[in-house]
Design a protein around this ligand. Structure first.
Ligand code: ZN
Length: 150
């Protein structure tokens, strides 16, 4: 295992063991739930949206380390971002996973499009069966964003 793989493994394990933004929100928020039947992963998200920006986020879930770490990393990446930038990030993440989303790769220098710690999950694309684990939080987020925009 290369030192970069080892670093990525540590980042994933840290998020799995110490998930960020875990819990539920009170007050007005949108809520979405997702399921990955092939692995048994469950994920739910609460978003508080103020003036088109994600003001707060809370997640709950259970399942494999990839799905839960991905969700934890996602919360850190999206809090404080506009709904638009959260969608950009969703696209970038899926592209990193090798999923054809019918969009061109976004400029990684673009503010809002930076994946940061999420790059630790790029090795998952080598294991097709786990890609749905990594993307579960993001497909759930997309549902929540749809609700927030209506
Ligand atoms: Zn899984």
């Amino acid at each position: 295992m290369s030192s970069l793989d080892e670093l990525y493994r540590q980042v994933i394990l840290d998020h799995y063991r110490n998930p960020r933004h875990r819990g539920v929100l009170t007050g007005p928020h949108v809520h979405a739930e997702g399921l990955n039947p092939s692995c048994g992963d469950e994920f739910s998200i609460d978003l508080k949206v103020e003036d088109g920006t994600i003001a707060d986020v809370a997640i709950q879930g259970r399942g494999c380390s990839i799905s839960q770490a991905s969700g934890s990393m996602m919360t850190e990446a999206i809090v404080g971002k506009t709904l638009h930038d959260a969608r950009l990030l969703t696209t970038n993440f899926k592209l990193m996973m090798g999923i054809d989303v019918g969009a061109d790769p976004l400029d990684p220098e673009r503010p809002g499009a930076v994946l940061g710690d999420l790059e630790a999950l790029q090795g998952v694309r080598k294991f097709p069966v786990r890609i749905k684990c990594a993307t579960l939080p993001w497909t759930t987020l997309a549902d929540a964003l749809d609700q927030a925009e209506t």
